[in-house]
Design a protein around this ligand. Sequence first.
Ligand code: GDP
Length: 359
Amino acid sequence: MAKKPLKDSSKEQTPKNPLIPKTRSSVVKQFKSRRKPEFDVDDLCDSLLKGNITALSRAITLIESTKPEHRPLAHDLLQRCLPYSNTSKRIGITGVPGVGKSSFIEAFGSLVASPSNKVAVLAVDPSSSISKGSVLGDKTRMQELARHPDVFIRPSAAGSTLGGVARKTRETILLCEAFGFQTIIVETVGVGQSETVVHSMVDFFLVLKLSGAGDELQGIKRGIIELADSIVINKADGDNLQRAKIAKSEFSRAIKLFPPKENGWKPKVLLTSAIENKGIVEVRELIDSYIETSKKNHSFDKKRQDQNKFWLYQSIEEHLKENFYQNPEIQKALQLQLKAIEDHKITPFAAAQHLISLL
Ligand code: GDP
């Protein structure tokens, strides 16, 4: 782990942020005045910055909490962690179920994880709350990597909206960075907008593909090239190797037809066999060279700045929506308006105007 000023990372070391409203500390005080606070932000922050893994888990539990009284505490904690975050490589990985994401992350994680490069694996899986059976949260996944001393695996946060799950994952990234993780992997299945959402929180976005599934061109139509910094064709082994090579040249040719990304990067196509541990080193080299190049031409910082701005707007939208739908007045009026729409007594647009005017 890179040496950070973790020793006495108490309150006085954390720069005061003029952007935090004063009310924040009064809320914290109010909680502190209780006999036994459920979350003591001072303690939690201190232990987390010292690399206490239990504190990290508790901190994540706090930011995942849906209790409104936990939100100011979570904000306070995040604000204090902020000066210590922004330090890792953030890598997004997507692909359909069965493409080999967990096998790939096992192989990649084992290759890169070390005491000086701790790895956190997070997931964005909006399906978990709907189906109650998460595609990515299955405990049998990544068993070997889970035992690695320098790896932390956290299943997807639960949430009724992708925006909610995504926010929690993004906040978890900041906590993990403050803890001292240098590589953060965020995994997602390509459900709905989840790929776009993960793309907006990582430095490097990797798309895992299978060969011979006849979807080479489909993938391109779906705009995957715009998102992908690299396309990795997995399961390039055994009888599949030849097909994988053909897929590689097809993708490589297709990529050339696209204009370079804003930062000048041209996505690369690689072959891997996660099972046979082949091609994984090349993926690591590619990611490292991407990060090195983008740091040199300053696009690394620019991308993170743009992402922060995007997340500002996302947070405002989430917050407004939550406030709106959780308002008991609105909830009552909404039911009446829904009935009125059903009875053709009002248009949806007029009903929406009416509801918004109640706020
Ligand atoms: P995920 O659903 O995307 O996480 O996919 P998994 O990692 O669970 O893999 C799905 C199946 O594909 C498992 O049976 C793996 O053993 C197999 N698999 C994963 N990677 C490879 C690979 O590189 N080569 C081969 N032959 N099989 C693989």
